[in-house]
Ligand binder design. Structure first.
Ligand code: MLT
Length: 328
């Protein structure tokens, strides 16, 4: 009788049980060191701001620091690839916006699969966008902007944060609706892009409301329209792009929290509980409210809802992006 096979199987079973026990024990101790929250864009921008608000609150309930790590590049895809390959131990988590869905149609081949290479912790918040111009840029309203771009398309510069960034998506839908392409200036995030817009180094930018409302109210930038179908309560006098002729213009930026595939379930549960608690914090809510950012309902603050939303958004944006002939 060959005893080698059953012995090997027994050994494998004992080792498997050991690993399982270690995993469970680790999950019980989790977290016992700081957690890295990866942000796919530069510091000081909209994604970074939401990440830092969440990190502060999640640290409180997890009893460990949650440290923001900015990994900008290629419209967020550098960070997504890095997180997909990170150790699935709960010490690397990830915040990304709807670029997680749109990148699929913008790149021929991504080094990760948004629907297969991650664990899904929950949705966070929806952020409107605004189309902005620098103070020294001649057009004063949307009609003038359209006419100016048509007459000066070779001179006009538009900032964005690379293919996969929502600033790029919004900007290219705008240009495709106008039927005119301008010169793109890529940044590592809209934080640095907004700085250059205020400084007049670049002409226009489509950015989220997270940082931009005070700049609009203080007259440091011009605003040409809101990207959502309804006007914003923080900017009641700013018309939507839809009402100014770009019918159906509807871009609102959703966000999710992810972990690398294989992160243990008990760890994901702890992270989800910390996320949910963070989203009830009055200071965090007040900060988001002031920027017209909507925290998603509790029913969407979980992994299943995030994954099915991501799936639906990949299907929604693919045809729109291909129709707008977006590669840039
Ligand atoms: C950022 O955080 O810099 C932005 O979300 C980039 C973008 O997608 O436009």
């Amino acid at each position: 009788m060959n005893l080698k096979k059953p012995l090997n199987a027994l050994l494998a079973a004992v080792m498997g049980a050991g690993l399982l026990l270690t995993g469970t024990a680790n999950a019980q101790k989790y977290p016992d060191k700081p957690i890295s929250l990866v942000v796919p864009f530069a510091a000081g921008g909209p994604t970074d701001t939401i990440a830092r608000l969440l990190a502060t609150q999640m640290s409180k309930s997890l009893g460990q620091s949650v440290v923001v790590e900015n990994v900008p590049g290629a419209g967020g895809t550098v960070a997504s690839a890095k997180v997909a390959k990170s150790k699935p131990d709960g010490y690397t988590i990830y915040i990304h916006h709807m670029g997680m869905a749109t990148a699929q149609a913008l790149y021929d081949k991504l080094p990760y699969d948004p629907l297969k290479d991650f664990e899904y912790i929950g949705q966070v918040a929806d952020v409107p966008m605004v189309l902005l111009g620098s103070k020294n840029f001649p057009p004063n309203n949307f009609k003038e902007l359209e006419a100016y771009i048509r007459a000066n398309k070779d001179k006009v510069t538009m900032a964005n944060a690379g293919p996969g960034a929502v600033s790029q998506l919004c900007g290219l839908i705008f240009q495709s609706r106008l039927g005119v392409r301008v010169t793109t200036v890529p940044y590592k995030g809209t934080g640095p892009a907004l700085t250059d817009l205020v400084g007049g180094q670049v002409n226009i930018l489509c950015d989220q409301t997270t940082q931009t409302i005070p700049f609009i109210k203080d007259g440091k930038v011009k605003v040409y329209g809101v990207t959502t179908p309804k006007r914003l309560s923080a900017l009641p006098n700013v018309p939507t792009l839809d009402e100014q002729g770009m019918k159906g213009f509807d871009v609102k930026v959703w966000h999710g929290i992810y972990a690398p595939l294989g992160t243990p379930k008990p760890v994901l549960e702890k992270l989800n509980a910390a996320l949910k608690k963070a989203l009830t914090d009055p200071d965090l809510k007040a900060r988001l409210d002031s920027s017209n950012i909507d925290i998603v309902p509790v029913a969407k603050q979980n992994g299943e809802a995030l994954k099915s939303h991501l799936d639906a958004e990949i299907n929604r944006w693919g045809p729109i992006i291909r129709k707008a002939n977006i590669p840039d």
